[in-house]
Design a protein around this ligand. Structure first.
Ligand SMILES: Cc1cc2nc3c(=O)[nH]c(=O)nc-3n(C[C@H](O)[C@H](O)[C@H](O)COP(=O)(O)OP(=O)(O)OC[C@H]3O[C@@H](n4cnc5c(N)ncnc54)[C@H](O)[C@@H]3O)c2cc1C
Ligand code: SF4
Length: 330
């Protein structure tokens, strides 16, 4: 591992000043992804700005309703928060479906959103990879890609985003807040991650040096009737091969409101707006749910070894929406 500086900061302006003074600086949250990548030689920061002591570790009522979640709130504290469990249960379920208890105690909200892909070529510095070394190629397309993207990928990169938390936050229209030396900014999570295109190394719309300060969840009554379902290759401590965050409000057999996002199918948590359009105002039955899944997955472009994800996601949509619809009638 290459030598690097380390500094702990206690206020946002101090963090921005340190990051602004060193173009090779990186913010350190729980370190559960960044430090692993440094050991592998994938990340080579010249200094680390440890943000864990910043006063950004609260979960509070947001102005106008909803919740404001600080960037350094740990995954464990987020999952356990009573308001999150009551009003956004799919978010608690998504966080608890990720990693392990020890990792969730360390990992932060900001770090979770910015964790990097688990594509094996990306994490192996002996291999070419357009995301790590722009222009070097994408061996996954002809090689190992059974857990790669079926939606929104490009001929330059077919990696998926690994976050579970991000899928639930995307379904609930979360907005990311950040600070830069020039002032604060906000990005809806649906615009936070950039399309892959021919620049897979550019992953987010955050300005250079931006510090994520928090995430705001707008009020959404439908979110109280939500579920996260994750499919993985072993029962725990594994990344998703497909996942869904769904919220459904059904009255008199008709879908009044719905939120749907998919995980492990694209370079970003995938908001399923085509499916939502089919569902809204339609009869809440298995036929509609399947039609909604088909509308979303019509754009899928599977590779030779990940076509199973299309059927998997279709089944997940039908199963989870059916469960939510049944619960709504009890
Ligand atoms: C074995 C293992 C299994 C895992 N399984 C899952 C899983 O199933 N599902 C899942 O979702 N995740 C999983 N994870 C990933 C884990 O959730 C992430 O590593 C974690 O959320 C990252 O948070 P962190 O605070 O440790 O980030 P760090 O590692 O500290 O940072 C990650 C990135 O975010 C940047 N960053 C951190 N905070 C800020 C900030 N405030 N502003 C700007 N940039 C910032 C860092 O510079 C870095 O680039 C797993 C991890 C491991 C090691
Ligand atoms: S899929 Fe993306 S991350 Fe993986 S090898 Fe190709 S360019 Fe790299």
């Amino acid at each position: 591992m290459k030598e690097f500086g380390y500094e702990r900061v206690f206020d946002v302006s101090g963090a921005l000043a340190l990051a602004g003074a060193d173009s090779g600086a990186r913010y350190l949250g729980g370190g559960t992804n960044l430090v692993d990548l440094m050991k592998a030689g994938v990340e080579r920061p010249t200094s680390l700005v440890d943000v864990r002591e910043l006063p950004l570790d609260a979960i509070e009522a947001a102005e106008g309703g909803g919740l404001r979640i600080g960037a350094t709130v740990t995954n464990s504290d987020l999952a356990a928060h009573p308001e999150v469990r009551r009003n956004y249960p799919a978010l608690t379920q998504a966080v608890l479906a990720g990693a392990s208890g020890q990792l969730r105690n360390m990992a932060t909200v900001g770090g979770n959103l910015l964790q990097r892909t688990r594509c094996g070529y990306f994490t192996d510095v002996t291999k070419p990879c357009n995301k790590r070394v722009p222009g070097s190629g994408c061996p996954a397309i002809e090689g190992e890609h059974h857990n790669h993207a079926v939606l929104g990928a490009s001929g330059h990169c077919v990696a998926i985003h690994p976050s579970d938390m991000g899928v639930a936050l995307t379904a609930f229209d979360a907005v990311v807040s950040y600070e830069t030396a020039e002032g604060p900014g906000e990005l809806p999570l649906t615009e936070f991650y950039l399309p892959v295109g021919d620049t897979p190394h550019l992953e987010t719309a955050l300005p250079p040096g931006a510090l994520i300060t928090g995430v705001t969840l707008p009020p959404a009554p439908v979110a109280a009737f939500s579920r996260y379902r994750k499919v993985r290759e072993r029962a725990s401590y594994a990344f998703a091969i497909g996942s869904i965050a769904a919220a459904l409000d059904v009255r008199d057999g008709v879908v009044r409101d719905v939120r749907l996002a998919f995980g492990a199918v694209a370079s970003r948590p995938w908001r399923a707006r085509a499916a939502e359009a089919v569902l809204t105002g339609a009869s809440a039955d298995a036929e509609t749910f399947a039609a909604a899944a088909d509308a979303e997955l019509a754009a899928a472009e599977p590779l030779p070894h990940n076509g199973y994800k299309v059927a998997l996601m279709r089944n997940l949509v039908v199963a989870v929406l059916t469960e939510l619809a049944e619960e709504a009638t009890r």
